[in-house]
Design a protein around this ligand. Sequence first.
Ligand code: MN
Length: 245
Amino acid sequence: MQFAFPPQPHACVPIAGRPHEFFPVHRIYCVGRNYAKYAIEAGGTGRDTPFFFMKPADAVLPVAHGTVGEMPYPSQTNDLHHEIELVVAIGKGGRDIPASQAIEHVWGFAVGLDMTRRDLQIEARRLGGSWCTAKGFDYSAPIGPIHPIAETGPMTHGDIFLNVNGVRRQFSNIDKLLWGVPDTIEQLSHFFELQAGDLIFTGSPEGVAVVKQGDLLEGGIEGLGELRVIVWPNFQASFSPGHKR
Ligand code: MN
C-alpha cells in the first residue's frame, strides 16, 4: 500500500524508566464530572452520572521525566483552565469489560492535564453545542511519562494536586473518583471497543481555575511523579510542527 503523502507521525507518550520506548496513542477518552466536589463546582448536583467526551490522539503534549512541557496559549479563548487528572493507559483492548476484570486491560498510569477553553465550554453548554473546540484543541492534553501498572499497582488511592506558579490550586485524592478506574473502563467499554493505546483522562477534582500566558503548572499524583508545563504566549510562528513531539 502506498500513501498519497507521508502520514503524520504517530502520537506517543514517554514511558517512565524506559528512555527509548514510547506508548503509541490510539484514542483519548475523557470522563466529565467524576469527582463530586468538582461536579458541584461545575454546576451539577454531585450525584449526576459521569459521562465521556474525547480529544484527538495528537492533542497530547508529551512531557519527558525531568523536563518542562511547552504549551502555546490557544487561540480563540480568554479563559484557559487547568484540570489535573489521573490518566489510564490501556494495553489490552476489549468491549463490555466487567469492572472485576478491568485492571487486566491497564498498561499503566500517568499524570495528565485536561486543558480547557472554559469560555467556549460554557457557551457550548448554554447553546447545547459540542465541546470539540473547548476540549479537543492542539496541545490540550499535556501528559507525563506512563508508569507500568506492575510498578504502580491499581491506583485506587493517592493524593492528586496542581500548583500554578508555586501556589496550590487543586488538591484531592483519587479515592474520591465517583467511577474509579475499573468502573470507568467498564462503562467506557459499553460504548466503544477499547484498543491498546487508548488513554482515559479520568476527570478533574475541584479547584479548576484560569491559566495566564507565562504560568508554570506543576501537578502530580502520589506514585506517578510530577508533570510540569509552562504556557507560552500565542506566537504561532515560534512553534514549528517539529516542536510538537
Ligand atoms: Mn476534565
